[in-house]
Design a protein around this ligand. Structure first.
Ligand SMILES: [Fe+2]
Length: 387
């Protein structure tokens, strides 16, 4: 009843042209020499030059590193090599600009400068003993929330499973969110990262770790994302849609960081790792099945989600309104061209279910927040219902 909680966030700079603050923010962190990590597309769009020129205006030296990768999630050695580079270059700040993967690499490599082991040694909850060097994160998609979270996700190549480092010591110092940077984000990524953001609000709202502060932010994030994801998907240059999607994604990231995701994210890991499915589709393909399974525990909250999504719930029973939320989410996924089942991803081999269930069950860091207690058998049923 009288729940205690903490609320952690980096400094946030949000707004159209917020990127212009990067030099000033770097100076506040006493930067003299920066490692600037970004991807080929961001560089092509000209944002890289802009950041470097803004840093130069503040007499800050910049070393640029363009990250290329061949898997949806970065591998651990990318973060380790980047940390090695940062050490050789003797930088005192790391800036990550791009999608979730680049931000995760930037966070982790900064941390590795003050923590002696390999990425693999820090998988799990609060295993990083020291904070890294200061960081500034600048997202170019609306969805991962990585700029305001303490998580970094990597592909552990040894066993082909995606794993997370979840530690307060990974939380960036500053997040600069500029909706104008998301204009070049392709429609498909807008849809999948937008629904990832939706889940960063909805999953914690349905979880055991929800609190009144994150509830308020989550419901507003759900409202914004449900309203604006369609327009942003349909026309990437709709600035009002980009503005509110960026804001919704930021808010969802804050909810994720402070109340945490649960079964959908946990059970997506084995699918994403084995089939190299990107994060967004790996979530949406099992979402309907997950929500149906926990509906019995969270009818009232699902009804609140339906209302936040703009559905009419007057005159409906709580059970009907809860089902309306699940149906509305499914309809939204279909409109956005996202998979709503494993079959939609051409994953048809049901003999794998037993192994996934064991791997999924191992994600207790997330499953411990599930509103319905889940055994390996329960998880098997969820996967079976997702074909
Ligand atoms: Fe996510």
């Amino acid at each position: 009843m009288y729940k205690s909680f903490t609320f952690k966030t980096p400094s946030i700079v949000f707004g159209m042209d917020a990127i212009n603050q990067v030099g000033i923010e770097a100076k506040k962190l006493n930067a003299k020499r920066v490692l600037f990590l970004t991807g080929p597309n961001v560089k092509k769009a000209g944002h890289g030059e802009r950041v470097m020129s803004l840093l130069k205006d503040e007499q800050i030296e910049t070393e640029l590193s363009i990250l290329e990768r061949s898997t949806p999630e970065p591998t651990t050695d990318i973060a380790e090599n980047t940390a090695k580079l940062a050490r050789e270059l003797k930088v005192d700040l790391i800036i990550g600009m791009g999608g979730g993967s680049i931000i995760d690499v930037a966070k982790m490599s900064a941390a590795l400068l003050n923590n002696p082991l390999k990425v693999r040694d820090y998988f799990g909850k609060e295993k990083l003993p020291n904070r890294g060097i200061p960081t500034i994160m600048i997202p170019t998609t609306s969805g991962t929330g990585a700029e305001v979270t303490k998580h970094a996700i990597f592909l552990d190549e040894e066993n082909g499973v995606k794993k997370a480092v979840a530690s307060s010591n990974l939380l960036p110092d500053t997040a600069i969110i500029d909706p104008l940077l998301t204009v070049s984000c392709p429609a498909k990524v807008t849809a999948s990262s937008g629904m990832d953001a939706f889940l960063h609000a909805a999953e914690p709202f349905l979880s055991k770790e929800a609190n009144l502060l994150t509830d308020c932010i989550a419901l507003k994030a759900i409202r914004l994302i449900s309203k604006w994801i369609g327009p942003a998907f349909a026309n990437g240059e709709d600035m009002e849609a980009r503005y509110y999607m960026s804001l919704g994604s930021l808010m969802a990231g804050l909810v994720l960081n402070n109340s945490g995701t649960s079964l959908v994210h946990a059970l997506a890991y084995p699918i994403g790792g084995e089939y190299h499915v990107p994060h967004g589709p790996s979530l949406t393909c099992i979402l309907n099945s997950c929500l149906n399974y926990i509906k019995v525990a969270k009818q009232e909250r699902l009804a609140m989600i339906a209302e936040a999504m703009g559905e009419r719930i007057e005159g409906l029973s709580e059970r009907e309104a809860a089902q309306l939320a699940i149906d509305a989410i499914r309809n939204l996924l279909v409109k956005l061209g996202l998979p709503t089942s494993l079959t939609d991803l051409n994953i048809t081999d049901k003999s794998k279910v037993g192994k996934w269930a064991i791997d999924g069950y191992a994600e207790q860091r997330l499953l411990s927040r599930s509103p319905r207690v889940l055994s390996v058998e329960d998880i098997k049923t969820i996967y079976e219902n997702a074909f």
